[in-house]
Design a protein around this ligand. Structure first.
Ligand code: PEP
Ligand code: MG
Length: 528
């Protein structure tokens, strides 16, 4: 096995697939196609080319603001190119190339990384115009087989229009930016995408089986059997279904929720047979825009998710950023040790306006479905109460504004810090439910960085200390009659199912692709 380090745009999950090397056309500069330049002729050509690009983008622009922005860029480029053709008597292809270079040079001087990476959109639109001008309609992904991992120097947002997402397991790029629109689209659609792999990608052959490990930010070549089966289980692209309940041999029904990060995830989970969403990571909706999402944007997203779940539970976790989860438009303070720093609920309580916007959106959306609220990284009852005080003040505000919301919404917490394990009894007396985040709990319990490849071997969610924690948490939850589920990755591991059930866990929240396998595993168990 060989591990190649990159930067992943998703915080977790693995993907396995066969390499498909996409032969992408260069962005522009495809040579001059005209020798006798007739400016009127070239102007007509570029207008027609832009019209055909516009027609292609239009249906996507209606549902996706990235492509709506491309339509605006298209108009701007057309104007510039037309005056360049007239003034410099150049051909249309060269004019588009020159225009692109000039605008990108201006972007290169911008300090802000997010704005700088918008030059990708200029290159993208210019490439589309150039392809239309040279009548190149070839789709570089048309021959892509099922379960592919695309490998390329770089991809642009418009490439995603030509990719059959049902055949895509993931994308690995030599270059790329975490703030590019391609990265945003990947997050939005939960596509495992790993960037900045560099020249090591050249050694990987078409058809090779590789694994993308989003959590460890790496591509793994020549994976062994163990990793392959683990990755297949966690792969976000497998679409198997099991709609029947998961009942053990001794007749105990186990709830199998799913973890989700996007609308596509929620749809996939419910159609795969999830009993609800045990963890909706809201980081994705925060990562995909240019700024913090507005109350309205969040309200629409949560409402859409709730509608898909119908009467099934939808557990919305408030923003859990910090450490490895960063927002492209927001610079966190420089921290020596960010995993122990401003993250999860600590960040939210330090920015109450951001939390209140989210709480208002959730309270409003909760009128359309079976929504529950959950706070991440809680370490003290005081912290939980502070978050609940903000929740109550949002309820009062909404009521005073005559805005419909769920006045009865209450909150549960993630148990993912040693402090919350030790205080489980105190918490259980106050909170609505527990969800055990074994990913962070393992990291903090064992003092081992969950993202550090050198200590991956010891970052074991089946360590006896983690297992004892789970058993203690279940006992506290049972004592106070509140629900407890496990939503960390270990819940998706069919080798851990028996142990978790024996520890008293009756609700799991897992990656949706694992639903059939975990349900099957549950049906083999006899608990008592
Ligand atoms: C966890 O820590 O186990 C968890 C589910 O949260 P995340 O992986 O999003 O940190
Ligand atoms: Mg966590």
């Amino acid at each position: 096995m060989k591990e190649i380090k990159g930067i992943s745009v998703l915080p977790s999950g693995k993907a396995v697939g066969k390499v498909f090397r996409a032969k992408i056309q260069p962005a522009f500069n495809m040579g001059s196609y005209i020798t006798d330049i007739l400016p009127e002729h070239e102007t007509d050509r570029v207008r027609n080319a832009c019209l055909s690009v516009k027609n292609k983008l239009a249906p996507h622009a209606e549902v996706n603001e990235i492509f709506a922005a491309h339509m605006e860029i298209l108009e701007d480029i057309l104007e510039r190119v037309v005056s360049m053709i007239k003034e410099e008597k150049t051909d249309a292809v060269s004019a588009v190339g020159k225009c692109c270079t000039e605008i990108c040079a201006m972007f290169a001087d911008i300090d802000d990384e997010y704005l700088r990476s918008r030059s990708d959109d200029i290159v993208d639109v210019c490439r589309q115009i150039t392809l239309a001008l040279t009548e190149n309609n070839e789709n570089p992904f048309s021959e892509m087989p099922a379960n592919s991992i695309i490998i390329a120097e770089n991809l642009l947002a418009s490439d995603t229009i030509s990719i059959d997402l049902s055949k895509l397991s993931g994308i690995a790029l030599k270059k790329g930016s975490n703030t590019s629109h391609l990265a945003i689209l990947a997050r939005n659609n939960a596509i495992p995408l790993i960037l900045g792999i560099g020249d090591e990608l050249d050694a990987i052959q078409d058809g090779d089986t590789i694994v993308i490990d989003s959590e460890k930010d790496m591509v793994i070549t020549e994976p062994d059997e163990k990793l392959l089966s683990e990755a297949a289980r966690q792969s976000t692209c497998k679409d198997e279904t099991d709609l029947n309940p998961a009942i053990t041999k001794d007749n105990i029904e186990i709830t199998v929720y799913a973890n989700a990060g996007s609308l596509a995830d929620v749809k996939r989970a419910i159609s795969a047979g999830a009993d609800g969403i045990g963890l909706l990571r809201t980081e994705f909706i925060f990562m995909q825009g240019k700024d913090f999402p507005s109350e309205e944007e969040q309200y629409n997203f949560y409402t859409e998710c709730a509608k898909i779940c119908q009467d099934k539970v939808l557990t919305i976790r408030t923003l859990d950023i910090g450490a490895d989860k960063q927002l492209p438009y927001y610079t966190m303070p420089a921290e020596e040790n960010p995993v122990m720093g401003l993250r999860g609920i600590r960040f939210s309580l330090s920015s109450p306006d951001i939390l209140k916007t989210q709480l208002r959106a959730i309270l409003r959306a909760a009128t359309s479905g079976n929504i529950r609220l959950m706070f991440p990284m809680i370490i003290s009852v005081t912290e939980y109460r502070q978050a609940c005080t903000l929740l109550e003040s949002c309820k009062t505000e909404l009521q005073n504004e005559n805005i419909n919301c769920d006045q009865t919404l209450c909150a549960g917490i993630m148990i993912e810090t040693p402090a919350s394990v030790l205080l489980a009894d105190e918490f259980a007396a106050e909170v609505a439910f527990f969800s055990i985040g074994t990913n962070d709990l393992t990291q903090y319990m064992l003092a081992v960085d969950r993202n550090n490849p050198y200590s991956a071997g010891v970052c074991d969610s089946l360590h006896p200390a983690v297992m004892k924690s789970i058993s203690d948490i279940v006992a506290s939850a049972d004592k106070y009659g509140i629900e407890v589920s496990v939503c960390g990755e270990v819940a998706s591991d069919s080798n851990a199912t028996e142990l978790l059930l024996k520890l008293g866990v009756r609700k799991l929240s897992i990656t949706s692709s694992g639903i059939p396998a975990i349900k099957q595993q549950i049906r083999k168990q006899s608990i008592n």
